[in-house]
Write a protein that binds this ligand. Structure first.
Ligand SMILES: [Fe+2]
Length: 186
């Protein structure tokens, strides 16, 4: 099997290495990997008898700092480029709509999820049964968005987006993270 180069798939490290911002699709793919890891941590928190504070803090940090920016990368950069580049036979609008419905639902639940985890850290304790149910709902939407992106959107983006599209995405994603052109261009 021919190995996939790192700049195409990410390096499976969390948090995502900012050097990958020069390869925006790899950056998004790697961030999706981190989202998956966060879901695994939330599952572990739900199933445990005592709170793993370090895990809860890491999850909370990701939800506060990384996830909102990741969702903006997709909604404001990836999806518009795909709408412009994909031919009708890709039925891209259908796939984007599907992902955005789950992203919207996950975003709506995000404040509640943050509150549950913050309370668990303050108490300290593990989520109650109703809280666990809300965390599961959040993860269901997040995981559905991951499946559609990994199976449909990112493979199509690798084929359809042009070098200029990728350069534009890279620049905007760096700017979103307040990097200037001298910082991490490579
Ligand atoms: Fe994503």
């Amino acid at each position: 099997m021919i190995p996939i180069p790192m700049h195409r798939r990410g390096d499976a490290q969390c948090p995502t290495d900012l050097v990958l911002l020069s390869h925006p699709l790899a950056f998004i793919a790697n961030n999706n990997f981190c989202v998956r890891r966060v879901c695994t941590e939330i599952e572990r928190i739900i199933g445990s008898e005592a709170l793993d504070r370090e895990a809860a803090q890491k999850v909370l940090h990701f939800l506060n700092e990384d996830l909102p920016t990741h969702l903006r990368d997709e909604a404001e950069d990836l999806f518009p480029h795909m709408r412009r580049r994909c031919p009708p036979e890709d039925k891209i609008e259908q796939s984007i709509t599907r992902v955005m419905i789950d992203q919207g639902a996950a975003s709506a639940l995000l404040p509640r999820v943050r509150k549950i985890l913050t309370q668990c850290l303050e108490a300290p304790g593990v989520p109650t049964a109703p809280e666990a149910e809300q965390l599961v709902q959040f993860m269901t939407h997040v995981q559905r968005h991951l499946i559609a992106e990994t199976a449909i959107l990112l493979p199509l983006a690798r084929v359809r987006l042009t070098t200029r599209d990728l350069q534009s995405m890279s620049l905007r994603m760096k700017t979103r993270r307040q990097f200037t052109s001298g910082d991490i261009f490579c």
